[in-house]
Design a protein around this ligand. Structure first.
Ligand code: SF4
Length: 390
């Protein structure tokens, strides 16, 4: 299947930075979740925000003062923060970095954790993009996932966001849910389209070995649809989103023209970002780092004036190239072979053409001029194609 031109791996030295801020608190723990999160505790949250502000102000690096054009509050459930907490963290970012006037400032939110006043206060604090964890517009599916909201609340939260002045809203949906059939999934996609968000992220549910959902599914005798149905869910949802005027720009992401996530594109276009908060990963100057995962350890380290970074790894040239190819191919615009040659000194086509040939012949990859990209069917089998580069 032919794709529209999309974003592409570009040579982007000294592109503005991204700033990721992890908020690990949730009101309840969903039965499928394997993110770094814990139950909300007001006293711990207050100490955590203090630690975050200290981390942003004191992280030893030589890049303070550099331009940053995105701040992304991810979680967890960042909408459990008070708007004043969010304002404090944004102010700390502005003090430490040259945050551009038009910076994209995203806050992940759960529908049940917001109301009109809180959303207006987030907007006043400087947040200009919301990403709602909706997952499904069918109440039975939401209950199976142990989510706290229902479909009506999800729709209401989006309407409240509009009323609060947000003109850039994203929704997350999950497919391949327990007992979900293709037409039920498409009903959620249609409901999402009817809400007219600027951006949508579509994920396949992965039931991890130690997820409580796995036991629940066994007890309740719930199953996931066959693999072929999962493929049909993905392909038919993307076709509906095409027809509704969305552009797919990454395996799991579609947006109205000009509304792709500027922050997430840094992950896929060789960008650089700082990561603040427990368990957060950052990449700056070819060094990939990770902060301590436990909430209290993160707080304690910063209270003692210590670095929260628990792992740091300078990627060698081969790793950087592998990473650039792996992430660049997630984009519908794929990778530009000339750009990769200029940046890494490697002729990817000469090096991998024999291994890539079967995927080209099978219609999973396409090469047009210097562009190498996955087709939409190829996106379903991206992991297989990408093993060529690993
Ligand atoms: S709200 Fe999100 S981060 Fe929190 S437990 Fe549920 S899935 Fe995990």
């Amino acid at each position: 299947m032919e794709r529209r031109p999309g974003r592409q791996l570009t040579v982007a030295p000294l592109e503005p930075l991204g700033l990721y801020v992890h908020i690990p608190f949730c009101s309840a723990i969903c039965n499928y979740c394997n993110f770094n999160r814990g139950l909300f505790d007001a006293a711990q949250k207050a100490r955590y925000v203090d630690a975050l502000v200290r981390d942003i102000a004191t992280r030893p690096c030589n890049r303070f003062g550099d331009p940053a054009d995105t701040i992304y509050f991810g979680g967890g459930t960042p909408s459990l923060l008070a708007p004043a907490d969010v304002a404090r963290v944004i102010a700390a970012c502005r003090d430490a970095f040259d945050v551009t006037a038009d910076a994209e400032i995203t806050l992940e939110a759960n529908p049940e954790s917001v109301d009109p006043a809180k959303l207006a206060a987030f907007r006043a604090a400087g947040v200009n993009r919301l990403s709602f964890g909706v997952q499904s517009f069918r109440d039975a599916e939401l209950r199976r996932l142990s989510r706290l909201h229902d479909a009506a609340r999800a729709g209401a939260a989006l309407a409240e966001a509009r009323a609060a002045g947000f003109d850039n809203v994203s929704l997350d949906l999950m497919m391949w849910l327990p007992e979900q059939r293709v037409d039920e999934w498409l009903a959620s996609v249609d409901a999402a389209i009817a809400c007219a968000p600027e951006h949508l992220s579509l994920y396949l549910l992965e039931v991890y070995p130690n997820a409580p959902l796995r036991d629940t599914m066994a007890r309740a005798q719930w199953s996931q649809a066959p693999d072929d149905d999962a493929a049909a869910m993905y392909l038919s949802a993307m076709e509906r989103l095409d027809a509704a005027g969305y552009e797919q720009y990454e395996i799991s992401n579609v947006a109205r023209p000009g509304r792709a996530s500027r922050h997430n594109l840094k992950y896929w276009t060789d960008g650089e970002w700082f990561a603040f908060g427990c368990g957060a990963h950052g990449t700056i100057g070819g060094v990939r780092s990770k902060n301590v995962s436990a909430i209290d350890e993160y707080i304690d380290r910063l209270a003692r004036g210590e670095s929260p970074v628990s792992e740091a790894h300078r990627m060698d040239a081969a790793e950087q190239l592998g990473d650039a190819l792996f992430t660049g191919l997630r984009l519908t615009g794929g990778i530009n072979l000339d750009t990769v040659r200029a940046r890494y000194g490697v002729d990817v086509w000469a090096k991998y053409r024999t291994d890539l040939a079967p995927f080209l012949e099978a219609g999973l990859l396409r090469r047009e001029g210097e562009v190498l990209a996955l087709t939409r069917r190829g996106m379903l089998l991206a992991n297989e194609v990408m093993t060529v580069f690993v």
